[in-house]
Design a protein around this ligand. Structure first.
Ligand SMILES: [Zn+2]
Length: 720
């Protein structure tokens, strides 16, 4: 675990994440020509202004409209006061909560803010021309005719509907209706940095708010913008249009814009504030600091009053100091004793991250680095398949003594461990001790039953052979320990009198390891041992294992892998123990829509029904195969043939001519009871509905007589 790997990956991921943050936060943004709007493109750390339109008028059930009514303005004022007075949590905010230690009854925090305001400028005449071109291609309807922009009727003036009756009149109208165009907005990003100001908090839960230093910066930025020539202002008219003719020259364009501006316009300033309070908790103080956009408006304004890409940094001032907090969901045990479970604080609408200099800051695009888990291999002999196939004892002795040594180390650790960590660490120690015992019990089972020991050795030979081409030659440690620990449950089938073995059957084990860690190999190893053990102990046919997957996709993906191992295992069985029973085969038991699970019926597009299928030209059904790659020759040329006499759908390799040991319909699975079933987990409910399922657990009534299997499906007698 000590070796640091993946540095290259980390550099790439950091670079991509940085680029993503710059893009989502528009951090490199300066000025954006139309069409562009901050509320569409800037999505990190946005604290919007709150727009609350008046509530819809309530209808009087008595039908009387008389009596004094609140004006809309009064309603708005009331709701604004209500929201602002009630609780700041109703307003957009990002907050940090962290633990502080101090010897005084007040806590001083230095706070630093960064955010962006977006202000609108007029496009240059060229930008506006480009924008008109863009609109024309985007939609034909973007160029509007609007008389009212030239009229004196004021902002509320509406365009009178054009009569379009008499020819003379429409000609005159056409003259008046000069072609108009919407004026686009060019948005400029103003990066605002509010240098550290102090938040002086009492330890009495009193809320302290600071807004003056922020307001000063905001006012300077917004005023600076509106003192510029190109600052866009609202028009006197409802629409924001000028004549296309005005785009003839820069002067004419500027003149047209200025002519339309509303002289009464006064800029607004977003109301941003920082609020903090302290709660006593245990031996320290829990401090909350929030950055809030308290701008509250009855209707959308000309300006965008949201704060974008907001970031806050907070530094407790001496003697106050930031304390690490424990992540409370992490168990209190040896694994999470130190920095692994410590956090610098919690974020609301952001994630808290530690800062150099003892501070805590917000981030709105957090990153988490998942460490790759590497298996220790320095304390055990190589777990090579060939060695285990020849003589497992030296390897298993090595594993057992390494486990014992680890247990001793653990005991030494527990003698000196902190009190808060001891109970959970003790429990974990006991769990590991029972793993050691189960491993020892697995070895005992092999010593007590030579058939199990032989099955174990043969399975290792199968894995050595199956994986040789891929360059693997050994188990991972957890795989081998898992397999050996499960052997008592297999031995219990033959040794009902050994209580320790029988007790193992009472438990279901959960093997947890991250994706790609090798779970599948582990249970396939156990499966192959069970297959050999069954034949060695006289179970000549029938189901040994049923692999259940949550998704059909997973079950199909695993088929080829299982089949490869199974084919190798069958070759070993036939060579080492001929006459031991039926060959190892695979059954795909997955249900109605996924395979022709009932051979008789047409089942949608997937399967035309047996009657149609058996008369289909050869190769026509090939694409409905479950496995593409031949487990015998490795060629990707597996196809489907229908065997009308046997009432079977066969996977056949077109390259080597071999028939793959796979049954793809439920009815074939019932008839042949292949040794391994693969399917989705929901098929387990079949035990409640289909009598045929009983065969999986109890075998056929007349073992060894294949046709009698079919005759058991009494309702399906036409299959005969
Ligand atoms: Zn083949």
């Amino acid at each position: 675990m000590s070796e640091v790997t993946g540095q290259g990956e980390r550099v790439i991921v950091d670079h991509l994440a940085d680029s993503l943050a710059r893009w989502l936060g528009d951090r490199d943004g300066t000025r954006h020509a139309p069409p562009w709007e901050p509320r569409q493109y800037v999505v990190l750390g946005v604290l919007p202004a709150t727009i609350s339109p008046p509530a819809p008028a309530t209808t009087d059930p008595d039908g009387g409209g008389a009596g004094p009514q609140e004006s809309p303005e009064q309603t708005i004022e009331a709701s604004a006061v209500e929201v602002l007075g009630a609780d700041d949590t109703a307003l957009p905010a990002m907050a940090l909560t962290f633990l502080v230690a101090t010897t005084e009854n007040r806590i001083k925090l230095a706070v630093e803010l960064d955010f962006a305001l977006y202000v609108e400028e007029y496009p240059t005449v060229q930008e506006q021309r480009d924008y008109v071109g863009h609109l024309a291609t985007a939609t034909e309807a973007s160029q509007v005719s609007d008389e009212s922009s030239d009229s004196e009727s004021g902002p509320a003036g509406r365009v009178p509907p054009s009569s379009g009756s008499a020819d003379a009149e429409s000609a005159a109208a056409a003259h008046r209706h000069r072609r108009q165009t919407n004026v686009g907005g060019a948005w400029r990003r103003l990066n605002i940095h509010v240098d550290d100001f102090l938040l002086d908090l009492h330890t009495t839960e009193e809320h302290i708010t600071v807004d003056a230093p922020i307001a000063e910066c905001v006012r300077a930025a917004v005023t600076g913008h509106f003192s510029g020539e190109m600052a866009a202002r609202p028009f006197r008219t409802r629409t924001r249009t000028i004549s296309l003719d005005d785009l003839a020259s820069e002067d004419q364009y500027r003149h047209a814009l200025q002519e339309r501006e509303d002289p009464a316009f006064e800029p607004l300033y977003p109301n941003l504030k920082v609020t903090g309070f302290v709660q006593r908790i245990g031996g320290g103080y829990l401090v909350s600091v929030s950055f809030t956009n308290a701008t509250f408006l009855p209707r959308r304004q000309f300006q965008d009053l949201s704060a974008y890409d907001c970031r806050m940094r907070v530094y407790p001032q001496s003697p106050a100091a930031l304390l690490s907090q424990r992540f409370e969901l992490a168990p209190r045990d040896y694994r999470y004793m130190d920095d692994v479970s410590l956090i610098c604080g919690q974020g609301n609408a952001c994630v808290a991250e530690p800062l150099p200099g003892g501070g805590v800051g917000t981030t709105t695009l957090p990153r988490f680095y998942q460490h790759a888990v590497l298996h220790r291999a320095d304390h055990v002999p190589p777990l090579a398949w060939d060695d285990l196939a020849a003589d497992p004892d030296p390897v298993l002795d090595g594993v057992e003594s390494a486990m014992q040594m680890y247990l001793d180390e653990w005991d030494a650790f527990l003698r000196g461990v902190r009190d808060d960590v001891r109970p959970e660490s003790m429990r974990e120690r006991e769990a590991f001790a029972s793993e050691v015992e189960r491993f020892q019990l697995g070895r005992e089972a092999m010593r007590g039953d030579p058939r199990l020991a032989q099955a174990f050795r043969m399975a290792n030979a199968v894995f050595g052979e199956t994986n040789a081409a891929k360059g693997y030659d050994q188990w991972r440690l957890f795989q081998l320990v898992y397999i050996v620990s499960q052997l008592p449950a297999l031995a219990a089938r033959e040794h009902r009198d050994v209580a320790e073995f029988v007790r193992e059957v009472e438990f279901a084990d959960v093997l947890w390891i991250p994706t790609g860690g090798g779970k599948t190999e582990a249970y396939l190893g156990l499966l192959v041992i069970a297959l050999f053990y069954d034949r060695l102990r006289g179970k000549t046919r029938g189901v040994t294992a049923w692999l259940k997957f949550p998704l059909r996709m997973l079950s199909v993906q695993q088929l080829a892998r299982v089949l490869r191992v199974l084919v190798t295992a069958e070759r070993h069985r036939a060579a080492v123990m001929p006459g031991s029973g039926a060959p190892f085969e695979l059954g795909y038991l997955v249900g109605s829509s996924n395979t022709p699970n009932q051979l008789r019926y047409p089942a949608g597009e997937w399967w035309p029904g047996f009657a149609v299928a058996k008369d289909s030209p050869a190769g026509l059904l090939d694409e409905r195969r479950l496995v593409a790659e031949c487990p015998y020759c490795g060629e990707d040329r597996v196809g489907l043939d229908v065997d009308a006499d046997a009432v079977r759908i066969k996977h056949v390799c077109r390259a080597c001519g071999k028939t793959l040991p796979i049954y793809m319909s439920d009815e074939e699975v019932y008839r042949y009871l292949p040794s391994v079933l693969v399917g989705t987990v929901d098929k387990l409910t079949g035990f409640a509905f289909f009598g045929e399922f009983t065969q999986f657990t109890h075998g056929a009534r007349w073992p060894g007589v294949r046709r009698s299997h079919v005759s058991m499906l009494s309702s399906d007698s036409e299959l005969l």
